[in-house]
Design a binder for this molecule. Structure first.
Ligand SMILES: C[S@@+](CC[C@H](N)C(=O)[O-])C[C@H]1O[C@@H](n2cnc3c(N)ncnc32)[C@H](O)[C@@H]1O
Ligand SMILES: [Zn+2]
Length: 413
């Protein structure tokens, strides 16, 4: 019995998160220098900063379960200490068969111990295999999962093929990506290799990152005659996470591929536009506002990043629970809902004002002024200084001049 024989040979501590208690590495023992990133130095990965991410995963999974209204099977093939999967089993109603896996022996032992400590040995199987092997061995129809959570170091791409093959029709997959330098355009070639799309170092690179991940998933799923539907997306400090359901059938795959395209950006005047389609897409190479050369991001996903109904249920589920980050989650979900049907990309007010050498007005004032002129305008959870709007970059620039001129005297009062 692992629980009885398990004696970790590294410092550990019991922590409480959500409704569970688990044994994790005692991080301070692994932080020798202030710059050390302790979760990666410990023999088993555990990151307390990802609690909010795990909270949202619990809410998303519950929202999904309420939608499909039957018992769901869950797989977390990169589980670390098992905390995330254990939370699913304990905190999400309707979770049945659960498989947790990690290739690291210490992680496997710790996750097994935590499963037993939470009295879940009958519900959760823990394995020590390569993640793609676990997923591939569940690709037969009767073996598949309803939910697969891919939470790797770096990119989720190496696991996409086997993940989509191991999902039931209508199944949900969650993908975390922490390779932000690639996705946000610092290493564009790495992004092209991994995600099959070009990134851009724009102020809205985090949205582009989510769209590149979703686009890559769409392309991988299409190979297997599966379509995708993105139900929820969020950005964290050092990652982007995308939740998608898959639908079987070549027609669904074709429909999803039709939502792929390009976002073109002008680095001179902040203008951006989109071109839908993967092949023979007619689009201008020149900025319609200033004539400069446009740069392309993509191919990437141009469909929705959020499903409002799905977010509504997450909100309701959040109110039923006592989560440590409950207030933050409520604010985030409300922001996400407000941006769910807003235009593509966002303007970052500070960046434009910087370029124009203007004082920076509040985001609220900009949104109000835009709405008064009849434009759509909303904030975005991707960037607290961002504004989504259908206003052109040219008109926004003029408005910022006007706004800061009229605001200046009152600011000094
Ligand atoms: C970011 S951590 C997972 C954290 C965990 N999901 C959580 O919420 O606490 C990634 C884990 O994947 C494991 N891993 C890395 N590559 C793997 C592979 N190819 N197959 C299985 N596990 C792998 C690592 O040992 C590590 O524990
Ligand atoms: Zn331009």
């Amino acid at each position: 019995m692992i629980a009885e024989s398990f004696k970790p040979n590294f410092p550990t501590q019991i922590i409480e998160e959500g409704k569970v208690k688990v044994l994790v590495p005692e991080l301070k023992a692994f932080r020798k220098l202030p710059s050390d990133y302790a979760p990666s130095k410990a023999p088993v990965f555990y990151n307390p900063v990802m609690e909010l991410n795990r909270d949202l995963a619990v809410l998303a999974l519950q929202s999904y379960q309420r939608r499909i209204e039957h018992k769901i099977s869950v797989c977390e093939p990169l589980t670390g200490c098992g905390l995330r999967g254990i939370r699913f089993a304990v905190e999400v109603e309707g979770v049945g068969k659960t498989v947790l896996n990690d290739i690291n022996l210490q992680a496997f032992r710790l996750a097994s111990y935590n499963v037993q400590m939470n009295d879940l040995a009958e519900h959760i199987a823990v394995t020590k295999k390569e993640a793609n092997f676990v997923l591939s061995s569940h690709s037969a129809r009767h073996m598949r999962f309803d939910f697969i959570d891919i939470d790797p170091f770096g990119s989720p791409v190496p696991f996409l093929d086997s993940a989509v093959r191991a999902l039931h029709d209508g199944g949900l997959v969650a993908l975390t990506a922490t390779d932000m330098a690639s996705l946000c355009g610092v290493h564009p070639r790495a992004c092209l290799r991994k995600y099959g799309g070009n990134p851009l170092r724009t102020e809205y690179c985090h949205e582009l990152a989510a769209r590149l991940i979703a686009g890559c998933l769409t392309a991988v799923a299409a190979k297997h005659d599966l379509g995708v539907n993105i139900v929820f997306t969020h950005r964290g400090e050092h990652y982007v996470r995308v939740y998608a359901t898959v639908k079987y059938g070549a027609k669904s795959a074709d429909e999803s591929l039709r939502k792929m395209g390009l976002i073109m950006h002008c680095f001179k005047c902040f203008h951006r536009e989109t071109a839908l389609g993967l092949f023979e897409v007619e689009h201008s190479r020149e900025c319609s506002e200033c004539g400069s050369r446009l740069r392309d991001a993509g191919p990437l996903w141009l469909g929705k990043l959020f499903d409002t109904g799905f977010c509504d249920t997450m909100e309701q589920e959040s109110r039923k629970r006592r989560l440590r980050f409950g207030a933050k989650i409520a604010r985030m979900l409300s922001l996400i809902k407000s941006e769910s049907s807003a235009p593509f990309t966002y303007y970052v007010i500070d960046k434009i004002c910087d370029a124009l050498n203007l004082p920076v007005p509040s985001v609220r004032a900009v949104i109000q002024a835009l709405r008064e002129e009849g434009f759509q305008a909303s904030s975005t959870h991707f960037n607290s200084r961002g504004v989504r709007s259908d206003v052109s970059a040219g008109r926004l620039t003029e408005m910022l001049h006007e706004l800061t001129k009229t605001a200046a005297p009152s600011a000094g009062q």
